[in-house]
Design a protein around this ligand. Structure first.
Ligand code: FAD
Length: 381
């Protein structure tokens, strides 16, 4: 296997390094975190430098890009200490490019070009978390219109988004597999209201409950893709989303590791750097092993995706491993910092908090077992 980066990848990473140094220093991220704001200006800078159109088809002003390169970039941005810094919005645009109408494509790409978050993705409901099929948000079609009623919860970045990409059920459909469709609902449509949820992590992304009360829109404008294919379309998103989350965890965990190793080398106790103690070295060694495994897992999964190989359980295994190991690396990093690590403003405390969130978002650790375990048994029966 060849792990050498191509010249193009080297070039992209070095120009990303320069951009991160200029537009996304630690002081900027710490300030966003403190004030619970999102990285709007950095997103805009990423777009202006052409990074946000990587992976889009050329007819929409994009540049084709393979999944390996995309995960390298996502890892690099998150290694800077930023949560969800690159890749998720690209994924969103991909959804619309694949399934949306021409008008929806133009609208979403235009928002991205202005550094905006085009939409939040809504499928979790108070009564339907891991079990998406229990969703009750309804979409009633009548006279070329659709009327929505229901509640989403824990929706990331809803307050920054112009739209909600929501999954809703047609109550008049007999076949439950064909009941769910995907819709793009403007966040300012009459009948849409939000309630911000305060949480203990991911301060640079808001989380909301979203209430849809008799929200009525023209079907032609809001339906995304094929009526009744919503669940299938959502699953396509999940596959790539899991990989981007895994790359995000890798980058953040690497950042925590680098900070902890540097701290271990300079913090003196008992007359010598704490990095001289074998207990500290054991932690650093196990952290390095986990990082190596995470990196191999992420790159190989992206490589499989690029070759059109069936991912089957691979995406779920990769997401579970990277979310859990990434958090374990950050937890050991926090331990190496001692008490100063838990003070507000210590980067390691932010990484520890943010990494914990990835064990829920995009599907929990347990649901990754639910997905991968079934597949493993099937493959062996
Ligand atoms: C930071 C963050 C960001 C999020 N962003 C979004 C978003 O943008 N859009 C969105 O729609 N949702 C989002 N979510 C919601 C997320 O997708 C759900 O939290 C997740 O799917 C789990 O659902 P739940 O919280 O209702 O837990 P539940 O499904 O109620 O699960 C509770 C516990 O039971 C376990 N469990 C459930 N079923 C099984 C099973 N079959 N076997 C074993 N264990 C099981 C779970 O793993 C969990 O530990 C986000 C959540 C977080 C924390």
């Amino acid at each position: 296997m060849d792990f050498t980066l191509t010249d193009e990848q080297e070039l992209l990473l070095s120009s990303l390094d320069e951009l991160l140094e200029r537009e996304c220093p630690e002081s900027y991220i710490a300030d966003l975190d403190l004030h619970h704001e999102s990285a709007t200006s950095f997103r805009k800078a990423l777009h202006e430098a052409g990074f946000m159109s990587l992976g889009f088809p050329e007819e929409y002003g994009g540049m084709p890009c393979d999944a390996v390169t995309l995960v390298l970039l996502a890892e690099r941005v998150c290694r800077q200490g930023l949560n969800n810094g690159f890749g998720l919005e690209l994924l969103q645009a991909m959804d619309i490019l694949e399934f949306g109408s021409e008008a929806q494509k133009q609208e979403i790409l235009g928002l991205l070009a202005n550094g905006r978050v085009p939409f939040a993705l809504g499928f979790t409901e108070p009564g339907a978390g891991s079990d998406n099929s229990a969703m009750t948000t309804s979409a009633v079609h009548h006279d070329g219109l659709v009327t929505f009623n229901g509640t989403n919860t824990l929706i990331t970045a809803a307050l920054q988004s112009k739209y909600l990409l929501v999954m809703a059920k047609n109550p008049d459909t007999d076949d439950p597999r064909k009941a769910i469709s995907m819709y793009l609902v403007p966040m300012d449509a009459p009948g849409v209201t939000t309630n911000r949820l305060e949480k203990i992590l991911w301060y640079t992304q808001d989380s909301c409950e979203i209430f849809l009360d008799d929200v009525t829109l023209p079907e032609e404008e809001c339906l995304v893709g094929v009526k009744g294919n919503g669940f299938k379309q959502l699953m396509r998103n999940f596959e790539m989303e899991r990989l981007v989350i895994a790359a995000t965890c890798l980058g953040q965990a690497q950042c925590a590791f680098d900070d902890a190793a540097a701290y271990a080398a300079q913090r003196v106790q008992f007359g010598q750097p704490i990095g001289n103690f074998q207990l500290t070295q054991l932690k650093l060694t196990d952290m390095a092993i986990k990082l190596e495994n995470m990196r191999n897992f992420v790159y190989k999964t992206a490589w499989m995706l690029d070759r059109g190989l069936p991912l089957k359980s691979q995406g779920a295994l990769c997401k579970r491993y990277c979310a859990m190991s990434g958090f374990e690396v950050a937890d050991d990093a926090l331990q190496i910092f001692g008490g100063v690590g838990v003070t507000v403003g210590a980067r390691v405390s932010r990484l520890w908090r943010d990494l914990r969130g990835h064990r829920f978002g995009g599907g929990t650790d347990e649901i990754m077992v639910h997905i991968a375990g079934r597949q493993i048994v099937k493959d062996h029966s």
